[in-house]
Design a binder for this molecule. Structure first.
Ligand code: NAG
Ligand code: NAG
Length: 375
């Protein structure tokens, strides 16, 4: 699709949402994920090759035959590694407080609603070509990760992306050693920043969005992603948080706990990323979720490699207010070949932000759990 009437598109998406349903961000008390012990490990080798697609992923059907995870399993999966810019690596064991494992197991029982599995239709991605849109909220929260992925701004200096963008399950990938994040900024050809309200429109016409790159100071990812720890549920842990060396000064998007599909307006999710087949363009799309488990969502949104790691977001009402607010409820893991009853089927897979993952990511951002009690 060419340049799009974006306002039209956005108003369509919003109007689809107005109904009797209770589409509200109900804040709940979340469990706490606390550090038990941190040990220093040897520096990573950074030898793994980046892989865009994962074959033979144990997806929703395959996972549904596995025994339910116990609290100690989950504490093991949410234990995490931290890698600093200087190569220092630590491993941290966690424990939970105020966590009810029965509630987690119950959540999906009554909500498991399988949507119709349609095949991929026409390409429904929209290149956001308007440079004002690209550099303004919400699209401005989308960032490029130097290993060829996408990420999303979740704090003044943190970026959420997919774990496979930095680690292949066994080792950190080569490009993760000098990891950088690119933020689209409007800059004139001479390199100076665009001055707002400039009378000289001719100059403004030359202004083009380009990436401003910032080094990553620290990378954190859950052990659940590592080979030999989870295996069949590794994809549930395909997320990582990058801390930037300098704050980015842009508006970021808040995290939210992923509601079940029934509670998504139009059963739809949204995300934008830097798809490989459209170099230099920010690509936006939205589509319906066709299946879900407690940790994953399947959908047939059109997506190409490069958009992995995108933040999946939705818009719900703020409690007690009329305003709608976007929050990130998942991470786009990518196009994957999924094991369905021993056969390989292709899906686009997204990792949901569960209460535990919310607590963990929030802890990584704030360094304490006092700021992470409700989500
Ligand atoms: C993954 O599996 C599919 C279907 O079996 C196959 O067509 C594809 O080439 C495989 N991709 C890789 C990278 O192995
Ligand atoms: C690397 O950086 C971390 C975090 O700033 C620090 O704790 C550690 O001592 C540093 N290690 C080396 C070898 O400089």
């Amino acid at each position: 699709m060419g340049p799009i009437p974006l306002l039209l598109l956005l108003s369509f998406v919003v109007s689809g949402v107005e109904s009797e349903e209770d589409y509200t961000w109900h804040l709940r008390k979340v469990p706490q994920v606390l550090n038990k012990r941190t040990v220093t490990l040897s520096s990573p080798e950074f030898k793994a090759e980046a892989k865009p697609a994962l074959n033979g992923t144990c997806g929703i059907e395959c996972q549904s035959r596995l025994p339910l995870a116990s609290v100690s399993d989950l504490e093991n999966f949410l234990s995490y590694e931290t890698v600093y810019e200087n190569g220092t690596r630590t491993s941290t064991e966690v424990y939970f407080r105020d966590f009810d494992v029965q509630a987690v197991h119950a959540v999906m029982k009554d909500s498991h609603s399988r949507g119709k599995r349609q095949v991929y239709g026409m390409d429904s991605r929209f290149s956001i070509s308007d440079k004002q849109f690209v550099t303004n909220y919400p699209f401005s929260t989308t960032v490029k990760v130097s290993t060829g992925c996408t990420g999303i701004l979740i704090s003044p200096k943190h970026v959420l992306t997919a774990a496979h963008c930095v680690h292949d399950g066994t080792d950190y990938i080569k490009g993760a050693k000098k990891l950088r994040v690119g933020i689209l900024k409007l800059r004139s050809k001479r390199g100076g920043r665009k001055r707002k309200g400039s009378k000289r429109n001719k100059r403004a016409a030359e202004v083009k969005p380009s990436f401003q790159w910032t080094r990553v100071k620290r990378t954190q990812l859950p052990k659940g992603w590592f080979r030999g720890v989870t295996d069949d549920v590794a994809v549930d842990y395909d997320y990582a948080v990058l801390e930037l060396k300098r704050p980015h000064k842009k508006k970021f998007m808040e995290l939210g706990i992923s509601p079940t599909v029934k509670k998504l307006p139009g059963s739809r999710i949204h995300f934008s990323g830097f798809d490989n087949d459209r170099p230099g363009q920010l690509v936006y799309r939205f589509c319906r979720v066709s299946d879900e488990s407690s940790d994953l969502m399947y959908q047939y949104c059109d997506a190409q490699p490069g958009s992995s790691g995108s933040g999946i977001y939705i818009r719900l009402k703020e409690p007690e207010k009329k305003k709608w607010k976007r929050k990130i409820i998942g991470i786009f893991s990518g196009h994957q070949w999924v094991d369905v009853n021993g056969m390989q089927q292709d899906y686009n897979v997204a990792v949901r932000i569960t209460p535990l993952k919310y607590a963990q990511i929030c802890f990584w951002i704030h360094g304490n759990s006092a700021d992470c009690q409700y989500g």
